[in-house]
Design a protein around this ligand. Structure first.
Ligand code: TIU
Length: 229
């Protein structure tokens, strides 16, 4: 077992049953000209999560532990886009309209891609999802159960939207989630802090919160599996 200093108390996971979840690190949320900016957000606020997530990604890849990426987006014909989602807010561009990085939140467009720093490697699962939660209308639960994964290390954007929906869905399905505070980010710093506090409140009602430094320190001080030696 690996034990990580965390809020509200240390979190232990079995490295044979853990996966790293990288939620929606897409250009559409992180880079100018995408969906996030179309909603009036300052996308530069999300950049801080990329570097620390890269380090955690490298540690998982080095050990051969599973990595799963998610992307929020829709079919090019938008048949999986509810009007209730399409018409929300007052964006300068709507989902499916042409922006500087192609059609917003549409699969296959440049903006829908994961940022190059965190791009999936061949063999890593990529889950495409039409909603905010990563379990809704996807096969994520099947992928996790097929590999006997019970613990998730969670990174991604944004903390109070897709990360929060996903960890709540995971919690209700019996998965344990360790959310990394510096590997998640929000357009609203106060929502980032509130969401993290909500996860850990009431004795880890949704999950545990730690920094990537604490996780990497705990991983580094545990023995490397024989196959990697
Ligand atoms: N708007 C916002 O904060 N987030 C999203 O729409 N999607 C995700 O969080 N991925």
């Amino acid at each position: 077992m690996i034990t990580v200093p965390a809020q509200p108390f240390p979190h232990s996971f079995d490295p044979a049953h853990v996966a790293l979840l990288c939620i929606d690190f897409q250009r559409d949320f992180v880079e100018p000209g995408g969906f996030g900016e179309s909603l009036g957000n300052d996308v530069s606020r999300l950049r801080t999560a990329v570097g620390p997530t890269r380090a955690v990604l490298a540690a998982f890849r080095e050990r051969g532990w599973p990595v799963i990426h998610t992307r929020e987006g829709h079919r090019p014909d938008l048949t999986d886009l509810f009007p209730a989602k399409r018409d929300r807010g007052n964006p300068s561009l709507r989902i499916g309209e042409e922006g500087p990085m192609g059609r917003l939140l549409v699969r296959g467009s440049k903006g829908h891609d994961i940022v190059p720093e965190l791009a999936p490697l061949p063999g890593e699962v990529v889950v495409d999802k039409p909603g905010k939660g990563s379990f809704y209308a996807t096969d994520l639960e099947t992928v996790l159960r097929a590999r006997s994964i019970t613990s998730l290390v969670v990174t991604g954007v944004t903390t109070e939207v897709c990360v929060q929906s996903t960890v709540r869905e995971a919690n209700d399905r019996g998965f344990e989630a360790l959310i990394l505070s510096d590997c998640t980010g929000s357009y609203f710093p106060e929502f980032h802090e509130s969401a993290l506090a909500m996860f850990a409140a009431q004795g880890a009602i949704v999950g545990w919160v730690a920094t990537s430094t604490d996780l990497l320190g705990a991983i580094d001080s545990s023995p490397v599996p024989a196959k990697d030696m």
